[in-house]
Design a protein around this ligand. Structure first.
Ligand SMILES: C[S@@+](CC[C@H](N)C(=O)[O-])C[C@H]1O[C@@H](n2cnc3c(N)ncnc32)[C@H](O)[C@@H]1O
Length: 346
């Protein structure tokens, strides 16, 4: 698979597919269950025997089973208690329950003691048949109040994943864009943007399920003819240190007041030390001065974001209270990055 950016999934092994009796016990009939064949190549390529593979959306345990089949330890979180029971039974039938840790709850709420560090995060995110019924906030992402809340929920889960993933480990999320009657919601691309605010993107692969003739089920809202596997890594960004230092100098001479913090400040003192992954500056939470700084950066070709969301100017500062920082990124034609994180709250 390493040489391909696509994976053809045209056969599901009866030996490892979710058994019919377990599927029948699920109120959704297991329609959001993935395939072992979908997960195995990623387990093999992105982890080593003995590593721990974590799935924050464990579902029916397909990722966990694939991990155990390949001699990895498996750990999974699932918000639906009945599904935890199904996973247990499925793994036990393959004699692979040992070496598996199951966590019941919403993944974003797991504390460190419950979730020890892991080497690979591999997940199919929830999207089949999302309700978006307008009900109050739910930790079950299938019941998110709205598309926006669904994205927030995914962000919270992957924020938690980031804390548990070892440095250098891959985070792989499988997802499809969603069609709602004649509207397409770009879930795959919105999720890629969210993951890009937490990890470094490595590549995307397309999973192709070449089934024919089935009409799209209006409830399912997807026919899963293809999915994207979004491959990210937890690693330090490599930034253009000299260009970043020059930018800070220019900002100072132009009268933008800020304090340089953290790793970039340390690197300026000791250029032989660990290269920083960004430059953190602190500024006063003064809407006018912040707006002037952001406008200057925008004029210089920087993309401005707040937790992955684009920032509009002029700045409506009230919308950004409690969001702590803005990020300004610029990438040149050689791929060199300048990254400035502008913190405006304690
Ligand atoms: C696409 S399914 C995963 C299926 C799994 N890959 C498999 O093939 O067995 C997504 C799962 O995420 C679960 N889920 C939704 N919100 C969650 C949350 N906040 N924390 C943990 N699990 C959640 C759903 O209950 C569902 O079982």
């Amino acid at each position: 698979m390493a040489s391909h950016s696509w994976l053809m999934l045209d056969h599901e092994s009866p030996r490892y597919r979710l058994p019919d009796d377990l599927r029948a016990r699920d109120p959704m009939g297991g329609r959001d269950c993935g395939w072992i064949e979908q997960m195995l190549p990623f387990v093999r390529q992105f982890s080593q025997p003995g590593d721990t593979v974590f799935d924050p959306f464990a579902g029916f345990g397909t990722t966990l089973l694939a991990a155990r089949l390949e001699g990895r330890l498996a750990s999974g979180c699932e918000v639906d208690a009945d599904r935890i029971g199904l996973i247990r039974e499925r793994l036990a039938r393959h004699d692979l329950a040992q070496g598996t840790t199951l966590l019941h709850g919403s993944c974003d709420a797991l504390d460190d003691a419950a979730l020890p560090p892991f080497d690979l995060c591999l997940a199919n995110v929830p999207y089949f048949g999302c309700g978006w019924t307008g009900a109050p906030a739910a930790s079950q992402l299938y019941d998110s109040q709205s598309y926006a809340q669904h994205l927030d929920g995914l962000r919270n889960v992957f924020y938690r994943v980031r804390a548990g993933l070892r440095e250098g480990g891959a985070c792989i999320a499988m997802v499809q864009n969603i069609r709602l009657s004649d509207r397409v919601l770009p879930l795959a691309f919105d999720l890629a943007r969210i993951l890009g605010s937490l990890f470094v993107m490595e590549e995307e692969r397309v999973l192709i399920y070449p089934h024919e003739g089935e009409e799209t089920n209006a409830d399912a809202r997807t026919d899963r003819r293809h999915e994207y596997a979004l491959v990210f890594r937890k690693q330090r960004e490599r930034i253009d240190l000299q260009a970043t230092a020059a930018l800070l100098e220019t900002l100072r001479t132009q009268g933008h007041a800020f304090t340089l913090l953290g790793s970039f400040a340390r690197w300026l003192q000791d250029p032989q030390g660990t290269p920083p992954a960004d430059a953190d500056i602190r500024v006063d939470a003064d809407p006018q001065r912040l707006n002037a700084l952001l406008q200057h950066l925008r004029d210089q070709g920087f993309a401005l974001t707040s937790w992955g969301d684009p920032v509009d100017l002029p700045l409506h500062f009230d919308s950004y209270r409690n969001r702590y920082y803005f990020r300004a990124d610029r990438i040149d034609s050689k791929g060199a990055l300048i990254r400035l994180d502008i913190c405006y709250e304690q």
